[in-house]
Design a protein around this ligand. Sequence first.
Ligand code: FEO
Length: 170
Amino acid sequence: MLSKKMEKALNAQINAELYSSYLYLAMSAYLDSEGYAGMAQWMRTQYQEEEFHAMKMFDYVSERGGRVILKAIDAPKATWKSPENVFTETLKHEQLVTSLIHKLVKLARAEDDYASESFLRWFVDEQVEEEATADAILQKVKMVGKTGNALYMLDKELGQRVFTPPAKEE
Ligand code: FEO
């Protein structure tokens, strides 16, 4: 059984993951409106990934006999300055999420909740990947700058991304 404190914190993280999905969907809409169809597709995939994160946590709370309480999701902003600005903010946002996940691990330890600590390890690892991916794309976007052809190729490359849910661990 989850402690009330842990249950509340996991519920807050479900909200944070849903906000992340909403934020990336807003970025997708912006990129699409600016003609970056590939980057828009990449962000749409990111939106699905965040939804997956939220649902993974949702299922865990239920599994541990907790109660999921959904709260309002904040509205993300609608406009950015450029693709570079979008990916700069993506990296910043992922760094924030990493700090939230680390706080949850700290709480699990303080509560002697070994099951939650073990469950959260997946998210700790996932955040390493999330930050590295956002950083790698940001570097590429910076590198190509406003060079039409290179930017077009990068947009095309990012458009290849599709969502594949991670295989369920046995
Ligand atoms: Fe669910 Fe991108 O962190």
